[in-house]
Design a protein around this ligand. Structure first.
Ligand SMILES: [Zn+2]
Length: 219
């Protein structure tokens, strides 16, 4: 019997990376804990960031539309907050990217900046390497170090008619915008085995809470 897919967000946080937040305005509680996988740390992009995403075509199997799934996920998360906190755009090259999306069969285009290799996974993994209060740049090969902060690896072979590639990529992009946790509710895209491909009201409420918190770790 096939084991259910796991979607891991490995976070290797410095012990001192804490956030003492007593000044943020009170807002509705998140629908689930968005720091469950990040040791309680709020990580996100500074407000107003346009997040540039490069989709690596290397080793993408025929018939797998990774570019389309990524575009749909970017659009879904941007519209979740009306574009008020962050936006996305497609990057033409890795050197122009903040985030790289690739299939797990493709070699990573970035180094790990000293962090440990992410654990093995079935469906997908979103990786960044945190320092004390910010994520380190993941270096590209060559003279141009780039500015990539996040590496998303997905395995199309772990998707199905229910847990689709679009659901998987949107889930990983949810981690990329700061949701460092999983929902226990299968109707949420941030469920550990996502079966929906757009953020639910609960996902959006969680993200709305998140962007009102003081950043503990800046992407
Ligand atoms: Zn996940």
């Amino acid at each position: 019997m096939r084991r259910p897919a796991r979607y891991l967000l490995p976070l290797l946080l410095a012990a001192s990376a804490g956030c003492s937040d007593t000044s943020a305005p009170r807002v509705a509680d998140p629908a689930y804990d968005p720091t469950q996988l990040s040791s309680g740390i709020i990580y996100r992009w500074p407000t107003g960031t346009t997040i540039a995403v490069y989709v690596d075509p290397t080793a993408v199997p025929a018939g797998v539309d990774l570019t389309g799934a990524t575009a749909a996920g970017m659009s879904a998360w941007k519209s979740a907050l009306g574009g008020s906190e962050f936006a996305f755009r497609t990057a033409a090259t890795p050197a122009d990217a903040d985030v790289i999306v690739h299939v797990s069969a493709a070699p990573r285009l970035v180094g790990l900046a000293g962090c440990a290799e992410p654990p093995t996974f079935a469906g997908g993994v979103t990786f960044f390497c945190p320092a004390r209060d910010s994520a380190l740049t993941l270096p590209l090969a060559g003279a141009n170090p780039g500015r990539v902060k996040l590496d998303i690896s997905v395995n199309p072979a772990a998707t199905s008619a229910v847990n689709t590639l679009r659901a998987l990529v949107t889930h990983e992009l949810g981690h990329a915008v700061g949701i460092g946790g999983h929902s226990p509710d299968a109707s949420d895209v941030m469920h550990g085995a996502p079966a929906v491909h757009t953020p639910s009201r609960r996902d959006i409420a969680t993200l709305q809470w998140l962007v009102r918190q003081v950043i503990g770790l800046r992407l």
